[in-house]
Design a protein around this ligand. Structure first.
Ligand code: AVI
Length: 326
């Protein structure tokens, strides 16, 4: 018990150091950037849940619909799965249908991996009630967590990795391929990946999804500055920045930025930085790449997978891809 508490304390301290390093290097870079992983503290995670309820943002509803409708097909297309690892599980809300379908064939261990201890606790509480499912949560980054899960794997276990919700889009395109290759490297031939990918759609639809009229996405974006103030002693004045969503048609991605509304100087003592902003200068906080359906088989092959099946939502173009490790 004491060991577990010390480990959790150590993990949190290490995360704070990483946050400070990312803030320092991001604010000193040109253009200024902040990695999107820092959006998700308790406030940011709650705001993200609110985004998922917005009529303009269809990503999660599409993912949910596909998972509910096709979970039995996923189970039927794979040999009995005994180990399920989920990257960025959050509270595991989306995962219930898949686990239920898989556990109907053989009992399994579910390893949700997330950086939010609060979300993992909720996930454990909710999903450990499912018959035939043992939940063993892991507070870690995606790949570090997945490598731990792979290292602890027993002989003969057949694994399925879930990477849902379109989070792959939050990598730059080249980094997305590297990431998928790294996931593949943790798997054995015959293991599978269930991957949710947000597809290209009209610019108007995308801009409304990432700059909603109720201002929820704006609050989500600005919260990263509030988090820097709370955790690293920064003095960002949130009223001095505005949320901005841009569509880059060439790179096929939405970019989220925070635009300085006036010239200002900001200090973040725990990150050891003091930075000046010109009026109109932005911090690039997130990329959300959108994929063409034709790109997906190429991506699968380049990362070392074959496409087993793919389901696309009719209301909000979004693909649920079932890939098997070659
Ligand atoms: C988590 N991720 C898939 C979301 C996305 O659509 O890129 C994050 C998000 N950012 C703004 N709205 C939602």
């Amino acid at each position: 018990m004491i060991r577990a508490l010390l480990d959790a304390h150590g993990a949190r301290a290490a995360r704070l150091v990483e946050f400070a390093e990312d803030v320092r290097s991001g604010l000193l870079a040109r253009p200024k950037t902040l990695p999107p992983r820092w959006f998700y503290d308790a406030v940011g995670s709650a705001l993200f849940e609110a985004i998922c309820q917005l009529p303009e943002y269809g990503v999660m509803r599409a993912d949910d619909r596909l998972l509910r409708r096709h979970a039995p097909d996923v189970a039927a297309r794979l040999p009995p799965v005994t180990l399920v690892a989920e990257l960025g599980s959050g509270t595991g809300r989306k995962t219930r249908a898949v686990l239920t379908a898989l556990a109907g064939r053989s009992s399994l261990t579910y390893r949700p991996i997330d950086v939010s201890a609060t979300a993992l606790e909720r996930c454990r509480r909710e999903l450990s009630r499912l018959p035939g499912v043992r939940v063993d949560a892991l507070e870690a980054d995606f790949l570090a967590g997945l490598r731990d899960v792979a290292g602890a794997r027993r002989d003969g276990e057949r694994a399925l990795v879930l990477f849902l919700g379109g989070t792959l889009g939050n990598f730059e395109r080249a980094a997305a391929l590297d990431f998928l290759g790294a996931v593949r490297a943790t798997l054995q031939p015959g293991d599978a990946l269930l991957l949710g990918v947000d597809l290209l759609k009209s610019e108007d639809r995308l801009l409304a999804a990432y700059d909603d009229p109720a201002g929820v996405t704006a609050a989500f974006n600005l919260n990263v500055l509030a988090r820097i103030n709370r955790e690293l002693g920064g003095n960002f004045d949130l009223r001095g920045f505005a949320h901005e969503a841009r569509w880059d048609a060439c790179a096929r991605r939405i970019e989220m930025h925070l635009r300085a509304l006036r010239p200002q100087v900001v200090s973040v003592p725990a990150a050891g930085v003091r930075v000046a902003f010109e009026e109109g200068e932005t911090i690039w906080t997130e990329t959300s790449s959108k994929f063409a359906p034709e790109e997906l088989p190429e991506l699968a092959a380049a990362a070392g997978f074959r496409v087993e099946a793919e389901w696309v939502d009719a209301e909000w173009p979004f693909a649920e891809c079932l890939w098997v490790a070659d």
